[in-house]
Design a protein. Structure first.
Length: 303
């Protein structure tokens, strides 16, 4: 049951979102729930409704014909058959009271089963890009310049058309009136658009003096409750539906002087290059380590 003033975590940030029951949407909440929760709720509701009707049938002795002895278990199974519109014919209502209950139960069953079938189809038909982000960001010298990087891979064998990615830093600030505001500041990327996205993509942000994170240490970002938010939008090349994916990084997820291992390997037996998407999180030491650079940029990590 939905609770008033419930809290939910906003992405993987240090912020919690508080909302009231007026914001509850059954359809949206059902689509967002996990498969285990979705099936579990259906089983609980189905068994619960049948138990209620079984109790109502049980209240009147001999309300159901065909049962050797009037007991709760037989009433429950009769309720299941009625709600599912199965009608084996062995059990039948034989009183006006039972007929009225059966009529009400059939109406509830038709609506309930239809609703569940519609929700199941909606969950199955939801577009999903099957995108996976690296668990950590890295900072190192790339082409002689300090850059913040993370990797994203497309796990399907098809393509994402007109893929666009954006990166923002989220942090709260206090305005002149003493009110706390949440600011989303863009972090410009070297390349933020691909006509066709397949396999792996390393996203890079140049840490120049114009960068919003220039001169900030990891401790600064933690104190400010800052986080990085990456967003990818595009069109699925198979079903032509919009694809949206959001991922966030906390300051603790940033590593200094590390780089991503190449996911492209040469398969000598096949004589072809193989892209191993399982290496999305594989890291190695940076080719070039410059402590002086860390000092100039205030590190962005522990000094």
């Amino acid at each position: 049951m939905f609770q008033k003033n419930k809290f939910s975590r906003v992405l993987r940030t240090n912020f919690l979102e508080k909302y009231r029951s007026e914001g509850f949407d059954f359809y949206h909440s059902t689509l967002k729930s996990s498969l285990f929760t979705f099936i579990g709720n259906f089983v609980i509701i189905f068994l619960g409704l049948n138990a209620i009707f079984a109790f109502l049938y049980y209240l009147q002795p001999n309300s159901i014909a065909g049962v050797p002895e009037h007991n709760f278990l037989d009433c429950f199974f009769f309720s299941v058959q009625t709600m599912g519109t199965i009608g084996y014919g062995a059990y039948t209502p034989q009183t006006i009271y039972a007929h009225i209950l059966a009529t009400i139960e059939v109406m509830i069953g038709l609506v309930g089963i239809g609703t569940f079938a519609a929700l199941t189809f909606a969950r199955i038909s939801l577009p999903s890009g099957r995108l996976k982000f690296s668990e950590q960001c890295v900072i190192n010298l790339d082409d002689g310049e300090p850059k913040l990087m993370f990797r994203v891979v497309h796990l399907r064998s098809n393509m994402i058309m007109n893929a666009k990615i954006s990166l923002q830093v989220l942090m709260p600030s206090t305005n002149a009136h003493g009110q706390i505001e949440i600011n989303l500041v863009d972090l410009p990327l070297e390349k933020d658009f691909y006509h066709v996205m397949t396999a792996s993509w390393i996203v890079k942000h140049k840490i120049s003096k114009d960068s919003p994170i220039f001169g900030k240490t990891q401790e600064d970002l933690i104190t400010e409750n800052a986080c990085l938010i990456a967003t990818i939008t595009g069109i699925d090349g198979t079903v032509s539906q919009n694809v949206n994916h959001v991922y966030s990084y906390l300051p603790q997820d940033i590593l200094w002087d590390r780089r991503f291992k190449s996911v492209i390997q040469l398969d000598e037996q096949r004589g072809a290059h193989v892209i191993d998407l399982n290496m999305v999180n594989h890291l190695e030491d940076s080719f070039t380590k410059q402590p002086v650079l860390k000092k100039i940029l205030s590190g962005l990590m522990n000094k």
